[in-house]
Design a protein around this ligand. Structure first.
Ligand code: BGC
Length: 530
């Protein structure tokens, strides 16, 4: 068993100072545990650290609203309020076949989306898991991987994508090109009915790249900073659309990158496509962010582009950056500060670090480690497995919160199975209560962000739907209810007018709709240069 930084008993240092240590030994029986009373006492301290009063929420909302306004006025603000060049809402009548590539925090997904009109669509997709190494490797390798996955997807779904009977001249020697595969398909099984493009034509691709990118046009995006633990060098400050195009050019693929979009923008458009009451989209997953539709006349920083001020444009807020660097508005605990300082991006994404799925488990782990060091938890046991940063998955918080048993069997399971630790009932109740505090704070802060947009856009009286997606929103028990409670705490009864709902697939369907909208706009000659 690896040595633990914790032991059992006490040692006296040469300085005369005495340190208490605690280690489990094989023959130890009847392990000492903290009493229920002690755990309840500790809980009170964490309740006051992690609880947000309605008054505090209203103050945060106010500051948030001002930050959003500032981001629209001046370029280069902490919350960058990125103009997306997605103009107005979809009509629901967008039709056609589009590819969507989605580089999220955890997976890479390739989709073929058939928009049928009337808010209807069909989707075929494949997911590829991203390794931790890929997130830190040179950016060019990451985009090469994206292009290779796209190629695999096209080759696999060739029959339905490229019309058969390709021009023989297009067939290359290596047999691995799309043209070659097309010829193979022509010689083989499928009839080829329903193919989407003819040889020589290109299929439009929407690339969902869910990191903050400053855009000058819809098919351009300079990465401002990596978030969600990504750190691939040689990418920040560069146009990722161009990097991807370069990777794509290494393969013989009939694809044109039409739009670079953020997952929130895709979610906004896809949710409105099926539910026109949707005015705001939010993602609460590995990262967190929001998008909404703004009047061009309000986006002072792009006034020089001469776009019709009466037009509307989606804004990707990148609100995860709220209160970064200055840390003036958000109530950070000592655990949040450790999460921040030990992250690959200290000081950045301050709001996201209190909310998103990437960090909640780590916050709880840090509280537990502190209590172990204070000799409060797991007395006499070897706790080395909990020393590993990020070993406590946010999914464990969800599981603990939804444990229906009096004995909290799920909590027993998590600690014995993953950390080889025995727990008392008092400890388990404490862990569950702690998960509740951390999960509830995340939801209430999320409500502040939504409220800031609602307030800024004046949606409170008429009400609106908020399309929401991401693992936290979809899987964390009670997350949506807590957001709704938070909105009532901020706005009173009127807060009930703002309702979140599970969004349509923004990164796949949304991306395809945006590709369709862009194609229609450009074909019609509307703002052809952006
Ligand atoms: C990124 C956003 C993204 C959000 C949700 C954040 O870390 O900065 O661009 O929308 O995660 O995926």
């Amino acid at each position: 068993m690896p040595a633990s930084r914790r032991g059992s008993g006490s040692i006296t240092l040469p300085s005369g100072q005495t340190l208490a240590i605690h280690t489990r030994t094989q023959d130890e029986e009847g392990l000492p545990h903290a009493t229920k009373r002690t755990m309840a006492d500790h809980l009170r301290k964490f309740e006051s650290l992690f609880t947000l009063t309605p008054q505090r929420m209203r103050m945060i909302t106010e500051a948030f609203s001002e930050t959003l306004e500032l981001g629209l006025k001046k370029p280069g603000q902490v919350v960058p309020m990125i103009p997306t060049y997605v103009f107005g809402w979809p009509t629901g009548e967008e039709v056609g076949d589009f590819l969507a590539l989605d580089l999220g925090g955890t997976n890479l997904r390739v989709c073929l989306v058939s928009l049928k009109g009337n808010g209807q669509f069909e989707i075929t997709q494949t997911k590829y898991r991203l390794t931790e190494e890929q997130k830190q490797e040179d950016g060019e390798n990451l985009f090469d991987f994206c292009a290779e996955c796209l190629k695999t997807f096209i080759l696999t779904n060739m029959d339905s994508i490229v019309e058969q009977g390709a021009d023989e001249e297009g067939v290359k020697e290596d047999g691995a090109t799309v043209a070659a595969a097309t010829a193979q398909a022509a010689a083989g099984e499928s009839e080829g009915g329903g193919a989407l493009i003819k040889p020589g034509q290109e299929l439009a691709l929407g690339f969902t790249f869910s990191y903050p990118c400053a855009q000058e046009r819809i098919d351009h995006g300079e990465l401002i900073r990596w978030t969600k633990g990504f750190g691939a060098p040689n990418t920040e400050g560069r146009d990722v659309a161009e990097m991807f195009r370069k990777a794509l050019s290494k393969h013989d693929l009939p694809i044109k990158l039409t739009a670079l979009i953020n997952d929130t923008t895709g979610t906004l458009i896809a949710s409105h496509y099926v539910n026109p009451r949707t005015k705001i989209a939010v993602i609460f997953g590995t990262g967190c962010n929001a998008a909404y539709m703004e009047h061009v006349s309000e986006i002072d920083k792009i006034a020089h582009l001469g776009i019709d001020p009466k037009a509307d444009m989606a804004i990707n807020c990148e609100w995860g950056a709220f209160d970064s660097f200055e840390h003036e508005h958000l109530p950070r605990t000592p655990y949040d500060i450790i999460v921040d300082q030990t992250s690959n991006k200290p000081e950045e994404q301050a709001f996201e670090k209190l909310i998103s799925g990437r960090y909640l488990g780590e916050i709880l782990r840090l509280v537990i480690c502190e209590l172990i060091d204070e000799g409060v938890l797991f007395l006499g046991q070897n706790t080395y497995k909990l020393d590993e940063p990020y070993c406590f998955d946010t999914a464990f918080l969800s599981l603990m919160e939804s444990d229906p048993t009096d004995e909290l069997l799920m909590v027993i399971g998590i600690f014995t199975h993953f950390f080889a630790l025995e727990t008392t009932l008092a400890e388990r109740q404490f862990f569950r209560a702690l998960a509740r505090l951390i999960g509830r704070r995340a939801a209430r802060l999320s409500a502040c962000g939504i409220a800031a947009i609602v307030q800024k856009m004046g949606y409170l009286d008429e009400g609106c739907s908020v399309g929401a997606d991401g693992s936290l929103y979809n899987k964390y028990p009670g997350f949506a209810d807590r957001v709704h409670e938070g909105l009532i705490d901020i706005f009173g009864e009127k807060g009930k007018n703002i309702v979140t709902h599970h969004a349509e697939d923004g990164s796949g369907v949304g991306s395809a709709i945006i590709a369709a909208m862009t194609k229609m706009r450009k074909d019609a000659g509307i703002y052809p240069n952006v």
